[in-house]
Design a protein around this ligand. Structure first.
Ligand SMILES: Cc1cc2nc3c(=O)[nH]c(=O)nc-3n(C[C@H](O)[C@H](O)[C@H](O)COP(=O)(O)O)c2cc1C
Ligand code: SF4
Ligand code: SF4
Length: 351
């Protein structure tokens, strides 16, 4: 009987989808019946049975994207099912000594899937074009082409090794695992939400709705005639990169306000406002946690209020235009060639 392979992925800008296309071609050549499945289209309990499952994902802050973690956590138990992992990280130049870095991402996904009963026998990854325009630029067309060619070749080799049943897991030292885990936790808890709150669409926005329709976590909507980001951004960069007018930018106003809020002594203000200085000081070792809690509560409250006020001002004629003007307009954008956001994307024929 023909063996079945399910290749399951999340992608922000198409690189991980491209990986699935390349792998799918290799698996088909090896006689597998292949299904390429986007987690945006299929629920965890809707994935059919298969002899082999591959999970491919972009690396965010040396970790697995939160949206992919949540999806994997909801998978039904699969005792002993064979699984392979592919991390897709970011490269700026084909000649780079280190084409991006995935830290503990593969280990993180492995541990999650093993908890679900999978037999994770393989884990490796490679760098595809870096997709964060604000970081100082995504690779230009020529550089991207060279990176894509090399990365596709690496993925073809990985596909052959997976088909051959090679047992391999990319190493990550305990030190790199420790710091990259912390980095990933901070990004998942705060960083990704903060990123979404720094965006605004400037006056060039033609209200085409593409960003709203294609956000994988549905965190963009339209209010008071403007585009608004809610609090669940993944930071995937899809909206920024696909906007046909390059209207989506980080704005100085939002950056300055959020930095200012994070330097305020919220804990001291709350403690003196509530007149509980003595109680906090008497609590001994717990004082530091109390202070941290008060600081976080003050910061979150102020951030929520500031966001609402800022959005109202951004929607006001005159000053709104100024507040919504960002500094990334001239930065190049990147999506994998042929990537169509919001749709399951299978490039096997092109690979
Ligand atoms: C929020 C965010 C964080 C990232 N962190 C890393 C990282 O830690 N290491 C790395 O090499 N690339 C990092 N990248 C780059 C992406 O992993 C890389 O461009 C990847 O190929 C994108 O895949 P996709 O097109 O499937 O979304 C990051 C990208 C984003 C958007
Ligand atoms: S994709 Fe760009 S132009 Fe279209 S609605 Fe979003 S911000 Fe506006
Ligand atoms: S708001 Fe933009 S960056 Fe954030 S998850 Fe949605 S598409 Fe990705």
């Amino acid at each position: 009987m023909q063996q079945k392979a399910n290749i399951i992925y999340f992608t922000g800008t198409g690189n991980s989808a491209r990986v699935c296309g390349v792998l799918g071609g290799v698996f088909e050549d090896a006689g597998y019946e292949v299904s390429v499945i986007s987690i945006e289209d299929v629920k965890p309990d809707g994935v059919g049975e298969a002899d082999l499952r591959v999970f491919a994902f972009p690396v965010y802050a040396c970790s697995v994207p939160s949206v992919f973690i949540d999806w994997m956590r909801k998978l039904p138990r699969n005792n002993g099912a064979k699984a392979a992992l592919i991390s897709v990280f970011g490269s700026l130049d084909v000649n780079e000594k280190i084409p991006g870095y995935d830290g503990q991402a593969l280990l993180q996904a492995k541990s999650l899937l093993e908890d679900k009963g999978f037999d994770v026998f393989f884990g490796d990854g490679t760098g595809y074009p870096f997709n964060v325009p604000v970081s100082g630029g995504v690779p230009d067309e020529e550089k991207s082409k060279a990176i894509l060619e090399k990365a596709d070749e690496t993925i073809r080799n990985i596909g052959v090794r997976i088909v051959a049943g090679e047992k391999y897991f990319k190493k990550c030292s305990w030190f790199n695992e420790a710091w990259s885990k912390l980095f990933g936790l901070l990004y998942a808890a705060v960083g990704r939400r903060w990123i979404g709150k720094l965006y605004a669409a400037d006056d060039s926005c033609v209200k085409c709705g593409l960003c709203i329709k294609s956000c994988p976590v549905h965190t963009i909507n339209s209010k008071l005639g403007n585009i608004r980001w809610k609090w669940n951004c993944e930071g995937c960069q899809r909206c920024v990169n696909i906007c046909p007018k390059k209207s989506i930018n980080l704005t100085p106003a939002r950056i300055i306000i959020s930095l200012a809020l994070s330097f305020m002594p919220w804990d001291s203000w709350i403690i003196s406002l509530c007149n509980i200085n003595a109680a906090v000081n008497e609590s001994g070792g717990a004082a530091i946690f109390l202070r941290l809690g008060f600081w976080a509560a003050g910061f979150v409250g102020a951030a929520l209020a500031a966001d609402s006020v800022l959005f109202l001002l951004e929607s006001t004629p005159g000053i709104g235009k100024l507040l919504r003007t960002g500094f990334m307009k001239k930065f190049a954008r990147y999506t994998a060639p042929g990537f169509k956001p919001g749709k399951s994307y299978d490039n096997r024929k092109k690979s």
